[in-house]
Design a protein around this ligand. Structure first.
Ligand code: ATP
Length: 227
């Protein structure tokens, strides 16, 4: 299998009035095509910062981020987020409330013609099991259905990599558990390479192929899951 994602010796820091505050240091990760990895660790260990750097929202101070043949980030180079082929399902990227489910899914497909957009939206709605829900608005959908539409929206432009940051944390326990298993099935069916960040141990095990346990801004060890 090819290895689409290579993070090599990343250092990430935030500027503060007292100077740069290094949050991630010496972080390396290789992800194979179709693999789902999870970053797991205590609050503040740098999980979200790593995802933000991959997505292109944080510069790297040292090291490189490569996706396939493309260099996304290095201290000298910063490809803009919209050119990275990285999809996101972040808590703060909720659905657009004034757009129907179908229009939400079509959001990242503006470069396609109308007919191609419609075909892709229908495919994505079917993939997440909501083929009949295209005309509904977010407030007419349950929390779990909304997250499935958010997943369809993230997958529609065929990202080379999908980032999921606490995607189920707003859902109640039962829905969360069911959706975790469903989403893993959807990602595997699509052959999607993905990185998940979660605080929830059961969720990490149910969703990921392997879990990177983070401490002090780097992965200290990897656990293979039975998923
Ligand atoms: N914009 C910022 N400016 C300065 N420091 C920041 C900023 N964002 C995050 N940090 C700090 O960086 C560290 C890592 O934050 P990050 O959000 O990556 O952690 P996390 O592991 O995702 O935590 P959580 O599990 O609580 O979401 C924390 O110490 C945090 O306080």
């Amino acid at each position: 299998m090819s290895s689409p994602l290579h993070l090599d010796s990343l250092q990430l820091a935030y500027d503060t009035p007292r100077g740069p505050h290094t949050v991630v240091d010496g972080f390396s990760l290789d992800l194979a095509a179709g693999e789902i990895a999870c970053l797991f660790g205590p609050s503040g260990c740098g999980k979200t910062t790593v995802l933000r750097a991959i997505a292109g929202f944080e510069p790297v101070r040292a090291g490189t981020i490569r996706l396939g043949d493309a260099l996304l980030s290095s201290p000298q180079k910063h490809l803009p987020p919209e050119q990275r082929r990285v999809g996101m399902m972040f808590q703060e990227y909720a659905l657009f409330p004034h757009l129907s489910a179908a229009k939400n899914v079509a959001f990242g497909l503006r470069r396609l013609g109308r007919a191609a957009q419609q075909t892709r939206v229908a495919e994505m709605l079917a993939l997440v099991g909501l083929a009949e829900a295209g005309e509904r608005y977010p407030h007419e959908l349950s929390g779990g259905q909304q997250q499935r539409i958010a997943l369809a929206r993230a997958l529609a432009p065929s990202p080379a990599l999908l980032l999921l940051d606490e995607p189920f944390s707003n859902l109640d326990g039962g829905t969360r558990e069911r959706l975790t298993a469903e989403v893993r099935g959807i990602l595997k069916k699509a052959g999607q390479t993905a990185i998940l960040v979660t605080h929830n141990d059961a969720e990490a095990h149910a969703m990921a192929d392997r879990i990177g346990v983070m401490h002090g801004g780097r992965v200290t060890h990897w656990l293979e899951t039975a998923a």
